[in-house]
Design a protein. Sequence first.
Length: 632
Amino acid sequence: MLYQIKNGMVEFGASTVLRRINIEINDGEKIAIVGRNGCGKTTLLRLIAGELQLSKNEYEDSFAAKGGKVEIGYLKQNAFTDLAITLDDELKKSFESLLRKQARINELLNQMNDGDESKINEFTRLSEEFEKDGGYYYEKEYNAILTAFGFSLDDKKRPLSEFSGGQLTKIAFVKLLLTKPDILLLDEPTNHLDISTVEWLEGYLKEYKKAVVIVSHDRMFLDKIAEEVYEIEHGISRKYVGNYSSFIKQKDDNYERELKAYKAQQEEIKRLTELVEKFKNTPTKVAMTRSKLKQIEHMDKLEEPLRFDTGTFKASFKPNRDTGKEILNVSRLKIGYDKVLCEVNFKQYKRQRVAIIGTNGTGKSTFVKTIVGAIPKISGDFDFGHQVDVGYFDQQMIRYDSEKTVLDEFWDEFPSLTQTEARGALGAFMFTKDDVFKTVNMLSGGEKVRLALCKILQRKPNFLILDEPTNHMDMIGKATLEKMLGSFEGSILFVSHDRYFVKSLADSLLVFDGESVEYFPYGYDEYIEKKEQTVEKATQAVTPKPEVVKEGKTSYMLSKERTRLERKLAKTKEKIQELEALLEKKRAELDLPENSSDYVKLCELGTEIENDELSILSLMEECEELEKQLNI
């Protein structure tokens, strides 16, 4: 056991955020923490990280305990104290212990000629520790993680002060991964990462040997990594074994089972109570009625299970008018700011749902801003079809501030509505009662998203252009938006890094890869399948088959025993040659450009190389023994 909380409670002033939390973290476990926005997920991570303390509560056995010298890593904002040092110097702080060992090993290597046994023993011990800690391939791991997060190797020389706030957050993430704590705490790790980086991170975390605790609204990410799910609902935690999809099924099944048991007990209590009421004044039935009352009294009363917190917006709308067949025609459109980012060519037709995906910085949002007129095009053309009415959601809307109330903000855009109509429209997006009198500045990111969508959909457009609409939404909100857009009778063009959302909604893809923009007339699953097939074919084409050293002829010896030993020696040497050839190939693979950002592949190759080296060493010792027997 690395860490445990039993009956934990956390209060902020008069507000109880966590009421009764029970969680246990063991070595190597991959744990997801889920729940609605505001339920206390981040509070729980801060509690585990040691930033918060448990509040006193009614439970005598309430505690939080850490097992021994457990190192806990938690991604923090503004994690750098000196922005003048280079990226390389900052990240190499993660390897300080390893670098000290390496320096001491080199020092001992130069001193072992004097035959000092204590130095030899120290050298052996440190060498084994250095190898176990990945000392022979830590630099490749460092480069792989750095490039996976979108940095170049040349960036190592740049001071931290030259990087943006978003890049510094990524650098802090890279440093945390390189530190390899016993418990890795990740709060929304996929936010602002593109799909390729998220896929890389999935592979890394699945291979991570230590414990990982994740708070995330990325359902596919949790499905691929989580082995246990702790849900926080109404301030109470509950554990489920399995990934996110398994948790959803178990949650539904548990609720139905508990509700059935509760109703059955209530029916039994009602039956016994009616029996007592019927015969309580009958002298011959006094003993029976007392028995029934005791039966009710001694029952282990079940509480009615709490219904899921499924509150969400319930908007549905039809466009004001229909469109022609062609929605958008983009021809040789060059986009960018100071320079051309890319050229786009594609057509979108009626009722299509096109997802725009790709790595960060390749022009996805720039393209969307260009076609809605927010920024000018560099060259080329784009045209909307007949009677196309655009509803545009900009991801920057969550940064919008205003001292107006929610009701006034909405009413100013739709002054012809009555108060009842305005409040009805807002109510569909969960702005009810006094919520409409909050100022816009007081709203959370998720609430601002809902307000923006409410205003967009009130105009009843027939073509929705959405830039990261699911950011800041919890899972129920995302599922609701999927359902709403899935039944939308118009056309949709949307940017998203949420693969589950893309998979559920898109029937075609526009992929930005930094060099070109390519249109695929099918959904995400088929795109991934074809992409994997292409990578597999390319790998087969560039990976040479290892050469096999042919077995040499052995000399005929009069002694059968000598002949047997010589044959065995020849075969052993042959095995060594084969392994050395394979080893050379694997070492070469480490340097292949396509493997430079594939941490999982690098780890596999590193392990294989170590095993091959040990096998060669063992075979060489066997050769020496055989040669002794042959007196060679």
